[in-house]
Design a binder for this molecule. Structure first.
Ligand code: PLP
Length: 463
């Protein structure tokens, strides 16, 4: 029997996992002892445990399985491409039909003059490449001092050394942030805005902070601003109305480039192929994307840049020093093309715009329950924030692991959500039906109440 076909039972998977496999972003000491949920298969909006348990996929894999799991036509497209051309180098003058076609299709759908595509292996490598090529761009343009990058607290741009530093300060790797070339602004979340400020006043504060930072660094030293249209992993943070437009206008005023990290928000999650312009009214200079690009069936990412940037990078005598072995991998590009075809054929963006408000509406009443401080998000990108004290918005201590507790109660009832410290995040497949939305809301309701009982039994206070 081949290695790939080997059927292994739950106990042996758990043992192998515990002994050899390192999980991303986890407390390794806790993980040593933790039980595993072994996911064996997936179809549509559901995933199945190796022990036969069925779960509704409330997190779309990891913000990525936009078209739902286990599509036969996707499997066939991928298999056919492997048979025809598994992989070949994208370097020098070599290309392939899937890579060239996908670049064209992305350029057609991206806003403004964003017509030039560099493929990467995922979201981190897309954001990392974007910053590197922006530095390169300003050197070529004769503005070599433009090096500083402005980002925000609660951002998540990836897990390379550079992109971890671009992310929330909690991930930051010392010298690139604080004293280096990366600078964090406040997160724009309304729930935790300064006491007594209106949404409009908060917007002024945030824009003022950005402008002051640019002036403090000297505009001639600042390269770009990078932002997710809605911050995802930081807790689905929706900024005040008009925020992205204000930030974009300040970028234009001071000559900074604007990088829109659409790794989560593109390919339908907010109801558009790209959300920067369609949802927020801005045309950035660069869009980075991944995840929903292939709906997670095969890893892939892309940096989509404007013709203006490309024109500088392609000046004679300028060598473009960025790329990967798997840039434009033929199988990944075919998966992306099939994914785009399915999203458009099934009118998935339109469906998200139609059903998304129902998802928001069904989750909103959870805010009345104990433990729940805030329910927020937009369309198929939602989040629940838990607090120990609703009035003061005080968080539980980390040792309470509140997000994980509720997640566990959800799992018992057949729903997978994402536990993130004091949050549960929801980013289901975009094919979720209304009755499944009802199920998600019902399970969360019961899981929250069960967790409140559990805390009360343990003598942990909340209110
Ligand atoms: C907005 C955003 N950018 C970048 C990334 C990193 O993508 P990847 O994990 O594919 O490297 C993520 C991952 O969650 C993300 O949410």
């Amino acid at each position: 029997m081949s290695l790939a076909e080997r059927k292994i039972n739950h106990a042996s998977v758990e043992a192998a996992d515990r002994r050899y496999n390192i999980h991303p972003f986890t407390d390794l000491a806790v993980m040593e002892a933790a039980e595993r949920t072994v996911i064996a298969s997936a179809k549509g909006n559901y995933v199945y445990g190796e022990d036969g348990r069925k779960f509704l996929d409330g997190l779309g894999g990891m913000w990525c399985v936009n078209i739902g799991h286990g599509r036969d036509e996707m499997a066939e497209a991928i298999a056919e491409q492997v048979r025809r051309l598994d992989y070949y180098s994208p370097f020098d003058d070599l290309t392939s039909a899937p890579m060239a076609t996908l670049a064209e299709e992305l350029a057609r759908r991206a806003p403004g003059s964003l017509n030039r595509v560099l493929f990467t292996t995922g979201g981190s490598t897309a954001a990392d490449s974007a910053i590197r090529l922006i530095h390169h761009y300003f050197i070529r343009k004769g503005e070599p001092t433009r090096k500083h990058v402005i980002t925000r607290d609660k951002a998540y741009h990836g897990s390379t050394y550079l992109t971890a530093s671009l992310s929330d300060r909690g991930y930051s790797t010392d010298w690139m942030a604080e004293g280096g070339f990366i600078h964090h602004l406040s997160a724009p979340g309304l729930y935790r805005r300064p006491e007594g400020t209106s949404e409009a006043e908060f917007l002024d504060i945030l824009a003022g902070e950005f402008e002051a930072k640019i002036l403090d660094l000297g505009a001639e030293n600042v390269a770009c601003f990078i932002a997710e249209p809605i911050q995802g992993s930081g807790g689905v943070i929706v900024a005040p109305e008009g925020y992205l437009k204000r930030m974009h206008a300040l970028c234009r005023k001071y000559g900074l480039l604007y990088v829109s990290d659409e790794v989560v928000t593109a390919f339908g999650r907010l109801g558009h192929m790209f959300s920067s312009e369609a949802e927020f009214g801005i045309v950035p200079d660069i869009i980075t994307c991944a995840k929903g690009l292939t709906s997670g069936y095969i890893p892939a990412g892309a940096v989509i840049m404007s013709d203006e940037i490309y024109d500088v990078l392609s000046r004679p005598g300028t060598y473009f020093n960025t790329g990967f072995t798997y840039t434009g991998h033929a199988v990944a590009c075919v998966a992306a093309l099939k994914n785009i075809e399915i999203i458009e054929r099934e009118r998935i963006c339109e469906r998200v715009r139609e059903i998304g408000p129902y998802f928001e509406e069904r989750l909103a009443p959870l805010a009345e329950l104990p433990l729940v401080g805030d329910v927020r998000g937009r369309r198929f990108m939602m989040c629940i924030e838990y607090v120990a004290d609703k009035e003061r918005k005080e968080l539980f201590g980390d040792d309470i692991r509140i997000g994980k507790r509720i997640w566990r109660h959800c799992q018992k009832r057949g729903l997978l959500v994402r536990p993130l410290a004091h949050l549960n995040v929801l980013s289901p497949p975009l094919t979720l039906e209304r009755d499944e939305i009802d199920f998600v809301a019902g399970v969360l309701h019961d899981a929250i109440l069960d967790t409140a009982d559990e805390l009360a039994r343990e003598g942990i206070s909340f209110g």
